[in-house]
Design a protein around this ligand. Structure first.
Ligand SMILES: Nc1ncnc2c1ncn2[C@@H]1O[C@H](COP(=O)(O)OP(=O)(O)OP(=O)(O)O)[C@@H](O)[C@H]1O
Length: 309
């Protein structure tokens, strides 16, 4: 668990962060999002003591970071940033093994772990382990950066816009891999982004920061469906109804009951509702029969059902 308690941070002028209190529960991925310059990265850097708060406290695992040795603290906190910072003269595998080798992990153990992490990140070790960073694409370098952070087996991960330099397709693929990985490793993660879609896709909870304070801290669906104020509503933007549908299964909107003999086709009950909507749009006043995982029809879905969403 990471707790921010009445955190104020000023760089000399007006406070960038004003009285931030926030708890990141163990095992969850919390997104920090907000307009450029609102203090997201600052908040993250207060956790690993790259910055110190002007007042207030940050507690990691119940202990104030200010009472912890910064080096020992940083060993518990993996840190992934946008510019990956791989060492150019070390191979991919050597980069991933770097921290474990400094902390005295045996050669075989750390090599096995490095190769496992590379596979997990979708980088076939036989092909990539011996390459140098300059022989990788930007997206591959990012993945090595994440593998390197995980190799040290930190209890927590701090991620500052780790995917933002990537093209949309690579980015979506990495997000998918990261979600799978997250389920497997179960770490506590604080993740900075300014991309609402990324926040909704990855976050267990989203903290919207603005004007130095927490504007809303809630699950993605809650933020999209019930923005706490105008600031949050305008920040999550016009696409929020659609984004909200991407978080809801067809079964949440369907009309339960028998199927329609004239139906346009069938749709799985657990499919995200926005995908069903795209099939219904342009199909006139038609319906889809909703089927469960065994293929049995459990209801129907038409455009009218979205009106009530
Ligand atoms: N070391 C520093 N010295 C002085 N001012 C700083 C320092 N670091 C950050 N700031 C200022 O604090 C504010 C918040 O910066 P921060 O990088 O945390 O914002 P951010 O929300 O992460 O922005 P972005 O989305 O653009 O990366 C900015 O106005 C920035 O100029």
């Amino acid at each position: 668990m990471i707790e921010f308690q009445n955190v104020i941070k000023s760089f000399g002028g007006p406070a960038v962060l004003q009285d931030i209190s926030l708890t990141v529960p163990t095992g969850e991925l919390v997104i920090l999002i907000g307009p450029s310059g609102c203090g997201k990265s600052t908040l993250l850097r207060l956790v690993n003591r790259l910055l110190e708060p002007t007042s207030g406290d940050i507690r990691v695992g119940g202990v104030s970071v200010l009472e912890q040795d910064p080096v020992a603290l940083r060993r518990r906190l993996g840190y992934v940033i946008q510019s990956v910072g791989l060492f150019p003269h070390l191979t991919v595998q050597e980069n991933v093994e770097l921290v474990p080798s400094i902390s005295g992990v045996g050669r075989e153990t750390r090599a096995a772990r490095a190769l496992e992490l590379l596979s997990l990140m979708g980088l076939e070790p036989g092909q990539y382990a011996g390459r140098y960073p300059r022989q990788l694409s930007g997206g591959q370098q990012q993945r090595v950066g994440i593998a390197r952070a995980l190799a040290a087996d930190p209890e927590y991960l701090l991620m500052d816009e780790p995917f933002s330099a990537l093209d949309p397709i690579t980015r979506a693929r990495l997000q998918e891999q990261f979600l799978t990985l997250k389920r497997e490793i179960g770490k506590t993660i604080v993740f900075v982004t300014h991309d609402v879609d990324e926040a909704v896709r990855l976050g267990d909870r989203i903290c919207v920061l603005g004007n130095g304070t927490v504007q809303q801290y809630a699950a993605p669906e809650e933020i999209l469906r019930h923005p706490a104020n105008d600031f949050v509503a305008s920040f999550v933007g016009e696409g929020r109804e659609l984004r909200s549908l991407s978080l809801r299964p067809v079964s949440a909107l369907m009309r339960p009951g028998a199927g329609d003999g004239q139906a346009l086709g069938t749709v799985a009950a657990d499919l995200p509702a926005d995908q069903a909507l795209s099939r219904l749009l342009g199909a006139g006043n038609r319906t889809l029969n909703v089927v469960d995982s065994g293929g049995a029809v459990v209801g129907t879905l038409s455009l009218a059902d979205f009106g009530a969403a």
